[in-house]
Design a protein. Structure first.
Length: 276
């Protein structure tokens, strides 16, 4: 999950670096197309069948995750990198909520407190006047909710489908969703630098998805999701390295609250496991 967070933290860097003249549909098309090809090659090399073991769960994971990614890509265009990534990091708390509701994984009072602290952190980040446009913040939040549902379905898929098959179908649906958006958005042929960024978006995305899917197969959703918070730290580093910009005070404070909530959530699970 640490490696997955590193790879996935580079996806918004690629998207943010692309000019606004490249429509969001084209960004999604490269993301889905490259990921689908890599997942297919990995499955073929290992002799893993791509026929879904649980079509309904796989469809739910793909629809939720694909819509979450669309919202996230749009939000990245209107928010700073650190803002978009931090708000998106609420998804592990929705994983905990949805896992308790649908997978019967227990949600303890300390975890509920951590969830409240995380929402407070996002409220600090999205305070009036801090975010350039309200809809972008709402899209980032909506992305976190949908991603939480997608990751819960991913946890449920662990006994049905291998990571390569899950990523293959998920990526295929993203590419399918992106096709009409690409043509309606006025797609154009990218230059060499833009092509590199679009391909990087797909390569880092599929690497992160394969690593994350494997992680969710081997540990409870709410526990393994903790390590995804490293993407907040990575995003601050990338923002400073590539845009020479430190996050604002409210973004730094909000990110610290979200990270603290993630740590509380993680420690509560570790303590409970040792107790039992």
């Amino acid at each position: 999950m640490i490696s997955a967070a590193l790879c996935l933290s580079l996806v918004p860097v690629m998207v943010k670096a692309l000019p606004a003249s490249i429509p969001v549909g084209e960004k999604l098309l490269f993301r889905g197309g490259v990921s689908m090809a890599v997942a297919w090659a990995a499955a073929r090399r290992r002799g893993i069948p791509l026929l879904p073991g649980s079509p309904s769960l796989l469809l739910a994971r793909s629809l939720l995750g694909g819509t979450a990614m669309l919202f996230y890509f749009i939000a990245i265009e209107g928010l700073s990198l650190a803002q978009a990534v931090t708000v998106n990091r609420l998804s592990p708390f929705f994983v905990a909520i949805f896992a308790a509701a649908f997978l019967r994984e227990r949600l303890r009072p300390v975890q509920m407190s951590a969830i409240a602290l995380a929402f407070l952190g996002v409220a600090v980040i999205l305070r009036p006047g801090e975010v350039p446009a309200g809809p972008y913040g709402l899209l980032a939040l909506g992305s976190a909710v949908l991603a939480g549902g997608a990751h819960t379905a991913l946890r449920a898929l662990r006994s049905h489908d291998r990571p390569e098959a899950v990523v293959f179908w998920f990526s295929g649906l993203i590419a399918l969703m992106a096709l009409p958006l690409t043509f309606l958005g006025g797609a154009r042929i990218p230059d060499l630098g833009e092509t590199f960024l679009l391909l990087g978006n797909g390569v880092f995305g599929v690497a992160g998805q394969l690593l994350m899917t494997a992680a969710y197969r081997h540990a409870p959703g709410g526990e393994v999701a903790m390590y995804g918070y490293l993407s907040v730290v990575y995003s601050v580093v990338w923002q400073l390295a590539f845009w020479d910009a430190l996050p604002s005070v409210s973004t730094a404070v909000g990110a610290a609250l979200v990270l603290a909530a993630g740590w509380i959530n993680y420690r509560s699970r570790v303590s409970a496991r040792h107790f039992h």
